[in-house]
Design a binder for this molecule. Structure first.
Ligand code: NAD
Length: 274
């Protein structure tokens, strides 16, 4: 089984569905990532902050899957902003992952009050030139942060990974990203499960199409063109979350999911955080 890909502005292709490992215990990570790889997932989303890069690396090494069939993302920790630190922290990640390059390296949070994300991005360009990060991008960036990168540096991020789910449909930012050919990765794509998946509107669609509410929401992302990597510790759910390519939602279904928007964030406001 192989999942569809999205072509990025640097010409590379990323699997549209991956496996996220936020809040997976370091000691459990290798086993959970193995379960995902066994089910056909080839894209893993980790971060220095999650403390589980070694577990991801162990699962990769044990899998025997050729490196060029995998897409591995990690993210710079918030205390690592700065041109040189951005590169030295990636070196540490590569050691933990047991790899000589990642597919995608992201600035985890812009931390605008510290105002170091532009120099940090220059470090990302260095890491890219050195071949340590095949693609470089950002996470939790607002349009004005991206505008500054465009004015003051020479590389457009391939991706912005942002909080995006039916309760937080960031329409304006999504349009901005489309206009600038920056792909959208949706974090907490099923709103961390809580509350959202019980919405009667989702249950109605789910019953009609013979899928679960989680699958309906993930399918909505796929049809919007978003890249997603739902997290689960449960092998049944890891499997369920991958079974989203054998049905389609109608335009009315897509609109009904979008109507669940409340504007309430799970995570912090990127303008205030850090
Ligand atoms: P998610 O929306 O993927 O929800 C995960 C939770 O939903 C699970 O813990 C489980 O309780 C539940 N769940 C999973 N599958 C289910 C199913 N089929 N049915 C019912 N419930 C189910 O939330 P997340 O883990 O916060 O986000 C996914 C990934 O996004 C993370 O693992 C991480 O890789 C990334 N992320 C990035 C940032 C960032 O700042 N860049 C922040 C948060 C998460």
């Amino acid at each position: 089984m192989s999942f569809p890909t999205i072509k990025l502005n640097d010409g590379r292709e990323i699997p549209q569905l991956g496996f996220g490992v936020f809040q997976i215990e370091p000691g459990d990570t290798a086993e959970k990532v193995k379960a995902a790889l066994d089910l056909g997932y080839r894209h893993i989303d980790t971060a220095q902050m999650y403390g589980n890069e070694e577990g991801v690396g162990k699962a990769i090494a044990d899998s025997g899957i050729p490196r060029d069939e995998l897409w591995i993302t990690t993210k710079l920790n918030n205390d690592g902003h700065g041109r040189d630190t951005a590169v030295s922290r990636l070196d540490e990640s590569l050691t933990k992952l047991g790899l000589d390059h990642v597919d995608l390296y992201l600035i985890h949070w812009p931390q605008p009050k510290q105002d170091r994300y532009v120099e940090t991005w220059q470090g990302f360009e260095d890491a890219h030139t050195a071949g340590k990060a095949r693609s470089i991008g950002v996470s939790n960036f607002q349009a004005d942060h991206l505008d500054r990168l465009a004015k003051e540096t020479s590389t457009v991020p391939v991706i912005n990974q942002i909080e995006f789910h039916p309760h937080l449909v960031q329409r304006e930012l999504r349009e901005y990203l489309q206009q600038h050919d920056i792909a959208l990765e949706a974090w907490s794509p099923i709103g961390q499960g809580k509350g959202l998946l019980d919405a009667p509107e989702l249950e109605e669609i789910a019953e009609r199409v013979g899928k679960s509410a989680a699958q309906v929401v993930l399918r909505w992302h796929i049809q919007l063109g978003n890249i997603v990597f739902p997290k689960s510790n449960n092998p049944e759910r890891i499997k369920e979350n991958s079974e989203i390519f054998d049905f389609a939602l109608t335009e009315d279904d897509l609109a009904a999911v979008e109507k669940l928007h409340t504007g309430k964030r799970i995570g912090p406001d990127p303008d205030d955080f850090g």
